[in-house]
Design a protein around this ligand. Structure first.
Ligand SMILES: Cc1cc2nc3c(=O)[nH]c(=O)nc-3n(C[C@H](O)[C@H](O)[C@H](O)COP(=O)(O)OP(=O)(O)OC[C@H]3O[C@@H](n4cnc5c(N)ncnc54)[C@H](O)[C@@H]3O)c2cc1C
Length: 485
């Protein structure tokens, strides 16, 4: 995602990937959140994902499904789509943007200098870059080499995840027993209402929680077999493991998302339990927050400290995800007191306000970056309204496909000269007579003008005047261009 963002901004980049090719063995994430679908829609690529996956009310908290169909967004649902397919679609997009992806190349270290990063690869060939972004997962070598702390909490649970064949048909779906949680599924399935009907093709995906957390050794078929017998009473004739892995609820977050010319995004910056399915979505949104800022700094349109806003904005979002996953892990325990607490949380989530509050958080639709006080839109996602412009009826998101900032004027009489930003910022006169409704918040007053950043967050809202517009333009998109003498 970051490669795509930087490529759209015309930055010269390369992706270094130690895997031999695009194909991801097995799969971890099973879907993406509503806000993630929106950010893909902002780039005009959401349809590629929507047509490959299944739209469903997959937002949830602990064991409770949360219906977000009443949320004011075009994508008032989540998308069930396996990580390997998500990655494949992203890689195709990045290829169309002519980004080289250097497969089979492994970073072994780097040295930071005032003006560059010298990167060492396993094959001995040196690489030089102005910036290095570690999107290299929870065990990030980039994070470790940069000396960035990764404080947090050790695991309290672990689970084996595998793709296998079985001689007997297992009970598909998720099951809870005093011995642990276990689940079986297949890649090919159909939704009948909320029921999932699995097709009899491809490997069976299996997940089983271990009785005591194990985060050290690599799991084997024997471990899986013994675990299945202990938890389910049978191993269903498990054989032919094509992929096996272990995940835990280790919960840690990088103390800094940036150290000089090195930045972190995705699991390299935050790891937590997969409960609630937020990790991949958070990584995609990290990338969308960082991409345009990094591009502007590289091109010299913005000073280097714009990059500090990446940590300032995304670290709190990551910290909140860590917190909600720890709460969900606690609610997943099977002792009587936890079951009682879970029942009460489940009852609360049937009520309107708690459902909206938690669903807003789990879907990512309620994210607000702290850009100061003011109109409720400030720091929040710009809604994808149908607006009337000189080029006809348009969706707001259609202006964000190129990842360029957007000043939408709904009738404000501008009394400042903003033309020095016209090389960077799109200016659009628009009409919109409908409601301005935000998820969780509800209706807000119609603004006279809004400045939207390339990541879709609102950087300035007119209070009926042009006050602070020049400051906002300079803060986010650099100093005004000099006029030729
Ligand atoms: C069981 C499970 C279910 C999940 N379900 C969901 C879900 O439904 N929704 C969701 O949003 N998230 C989910 N997640 C989380 C999601 O899988 C991760 O958050 C996501 O994979 C993180 O992506 P990433 O690109 O940051 O890191 P990774 O996926 O770990 O990718 C890192 C990449 O860097 C490469 N790399 C590493 N080191 C080097 C090096 N030194 N040199 C070159 N390349 C290197 C690796 O080969 C890898 O391709 C789930 C996770 C698990 C375990």
């Amino acid at each position: 995602m970051l490669a795509g963002e930087l490529a759209l901004a015309g930055v010269d980049i390369a992706v270094i990937e130690r895997r031999p090719n695009q194909e991801l063995a097995g799969s971890r994430a099973l879907g993406i959140s509503s806000r993630t679908i929106e950010v893909l829609d902002q780039r005009g690529i959401a349809d590629r994902f929507l047509s490959a996956g299944k739209i469903a009310q997959i937002t949830g908290f602990a064991v409770t499904r949360l219906d977000i169909s009443d949320f004011p967004t075009r994508h008032n649902y989540g998308l069930a789509l396996r990580q390997k397919r998500i990655e494949r679609i992203l890689a195709e997009w990045v290829k169309e943007l002519n980004v080289p992806i250097l497969y089979g190349r492994e970073i072994t270290g780097f040295a930071q200098h005032d003006d560059r990063v010298e990167i060492a690869l396993a094959d001995g060939e040196p690489l030089r870059a102005e910036y290095l972004v570690g999107c290299d997962g929870g065990r990030s070598l980039v994070r470790k080499t940069a000396g960035i702390d990764f404080p947090g909490w050790d695991p309290t649970t672990s689970s084996i995840l595998a793709e296998v064949e079985m001689t007997e048909t297992p009970p598909y779906g998720v099951h809870r027993s005093p011995a642990g949680v276990y689940a079986f599924g297949r890649e090919e399935y159909e939704m009948k209402g909320t029921e999932i009907i699995y097709q009899d093709v491809g490997p069976i995906g299996v997940m089983v929680t271990e009785p005591t957390p194990n985060s050290t050794s690599e799991p084997t078929l024997r471990d899986l077999r013994e675990l299945l017998v202990a938890v389910c009473g049978t191993d269903y004739g498990v054989h032919n493991v094509t992929w096996i892995s272990r995940f835990t609820d280790m919960t840690r977050q990088a103390a800094q998302y940036r150290k000089g010319r090195v930045l972190l995004a995705g699991d390299a910056a935050h790891v937590h339990s997969p409960i609630g399915g937020q990790g991949l979505s958070a990584g995609v949104q990290d990338a969308v927050n960082l991409g345009w800022k990094l591009a502007q700094v590289i091109k010299g349109t913005s000073p280097d400290d714009l990059l500090d806003t990446y940590h300032a904005e995304r670290h709190p979002v990551g910290a909140r995800i860590l917190k909600n996953t720890m709460a969900q892990v606690a609610l997943h325990r099977e002792d009587d007191r936890t079951v009682a607490a879970r029942d009460i949380v489940g009852d609360l989530l049937k009520m309107e306000e708690p459902r909206k509050y938690i669903a807003g958080m789990m879907s990512g639709l309620d994210i607000r970056y702290d850009l100061g006080d003011g109109h409720p839109l400030l720091g929040r996602r710009m809604p994808d309204l149908d607006i009337l412009t000189a080029s006809g009826q348009r969706r707001v998101f259609s202006f964000l496909h190129s990842a360029r900032p957007l000043l939408l004027n709904f009738g404000l009489r501008l009394d400042v000269d903003i033309s020095p930003w016209f090389d960077r910022v799109q200016y659009v006169d628009a009409k919109y007579d409908g409601r301005w409704e935000l998820p969780v918040i509800g209706d807000v007053a119609a603004p006279a003008a809004v400045l939207v950043r390339p990541d879709g967050y609102v950087a300035w809202v007119s209070d009926g005047t042009s006050d602070r517009l020049m400051t906002a333009l300079t803060t986010w998109f650099g100093a005004p261009a000099k006029r030729p003498d």
